[in-house]
Design a protein around this ligand. Structure first.
Ligand SMILES: [Zn+2]
Length: 396
């Protein structure tokens, strides 16, 4: 059974690699007319084309597309396509989420650190596509307010800070998206810091907080429940106000502001404003605490800090999928639901094995431009000597 219920995500329980009666629903070649969504509606034409065996797997069936006449196999539809050690995917995903750094994972799994780095990127891309797929199912169905806040981190050096927009459902705690907002370093700086900053190469800010917030708003607007405005809760950051004003459909959006009150002396009771702010922003605050706790990159004072924005984002997409599908909503209180169950995407918790049960193809998913850039690794970090783009012809 693939459907859990009619509105849920179409997603197999058994990994593609293990399915005995696998039938392709579309051609996996991205430039084939039978690759897109239309093919699955009209029925996909293919013929069987023998099979092959490897040391790990016997009789992997092959197929030939009736449209482009090219061949492919069952393995083409697995997240582990082309991998020499497919068994590493699940343990790497869970170790990344348990807060281990790449070299620690490599040591405990007995593989090269570069293997972990490559798998981390592959997992991140898969997570990005899965989140895009999930949002497609949520179009016109989200009635809860969404809390918008930026999580602060940096790439390579603290001279290159950036925020990451983390829109999260107020009731479901579902993470609806991620969007980076590079910005200039704030705060007072010493002479030496000024001098060092002047020698750093310029990096594209892509509109900073305001453009990032505008991108998030256009990502969320189609999700709103028919006839109701999208209710956004923010901490009063002026960029959110400007982005909301830029929104073409003003009636479709309602922005509620809960500014951070001035910091009270330690131990003083919280003011009513602080209480209201903390209550309204709780899902975002809790998510940010979870990110600092579970992702090695984002701990304070670590040597595992992220070197490049694009890789950090890949890893956070994996975290978003873990938060939404794998982790219980609350482990402190008995709550046998995940955020994805809360928003009606799934009927049960997904173990990592299920998250990785099938491959998604970028050509078949709708996603924002910024996400497509991240998928292609086009969001580069200029200070690094090389920025490897994701341009593989077959394993894209
Ligand atoms: Zn084809």
């Amino acid at each position: 059974m693939c459907f859990e219920f009619p509105d849920g995500v179409y997603w197999p329980r058994t990994q593609v690699e293990r399915r005995q009666h696998f039938i392709p629903r579309f051609c996996p070649w991205p430039d084939c007319p039978a690759h897109g969504g239309a093919a699955s509606r009209t029925g996909f034409g293919f013929t069987r084309h023998g099979s092959y065996s490897t040391r790990r797997r016997r009789a992997v069936p092959r197929f030939r597309c009736a449209t482009c006449r090219r061949t492919f196999s069952r393995q083409t539809f697995a997240v582990s396509f082309y991998l020499k050690r497919p068994e590493l995917l699940v343990p790497v995903a869970s170790a990344l989420q348990a807060g281990s750094a790449h070299r620690q994972i490599a040591r405990s799994l007995g593989c090269a650190p570069s293997t972990v780095t490559r798998l981390s990127a592959r997992l991140g891309r898969h997570a990005l596509l899965l989140l895009a797929r999930a949002l497609r199912h949520l179009h016109g169905r989200v009635a809860e307010p969404i809390v918008l806040d930026h999580f602060e981190t940096f790439e390579f050096t603290q001279d290159f800070p950036f925020g990451i927009a983390t829109p999260v459902g107020q009731a479901s705690w579902f993470v609806y998206g991620l969007d980076p907002a590079p910005h200039a370093r704030a705060g007072t700086r010493s002479e030496a810091q000024h001098a060092r900053l002047a020698t750093r190469p310029a990096r594209p800010l892509r509109g900073g907080y305001e453009a990032s917030s505008a991108r998030v708003i256009s990502l969320l607007l189609p999700l709103r429940f028919a006839g109701r405005p999208l209710e956004l809760i923010g901490d009063g950051h002026p960029a959110y106000d400007r982005a909301a004003r830029r929104c073409a459909r003003a009636t479709a959006l309602r922005l509620r502001r809960f500014p951070n009150p001035p910091r009270a002396p330690k131990g003083a009771p919280r003011s009513p404003e602080t209480r209201a702010r903390d209550r309204a922003m709780f899902p975002a605050d809790a998510l940010h605490a979870l990110l600092r706790h579970t992702v090695a990159h984002h701990r304070r004072e670590t040597i595992a800090f992220g070197r490049r924005l694009n890789a950090l984002m890949e890893r956070l997409f994996l975290t978003a999928i873990w938060r939404n599908f794998v982790k219980w909503r609350s482990e402190r209180r008995p709550d046998p639901t995940t955020p994805a169950m809360h928003v009606g995407l799934t009927a049960e918790r997904w173990p990592w094995r299920r998250v990785l049960a099938r491959r998604l193809f970028p050509g078949r998913e709708r996603m924002p431009h910024a996400w497509r850039d991240l998928y292609r690794r086009d969001w580069t970090t200029p200070i690094l000597p090389s920025n490897t783009r994701h341009r593989l012809r077959h394993a894209f």
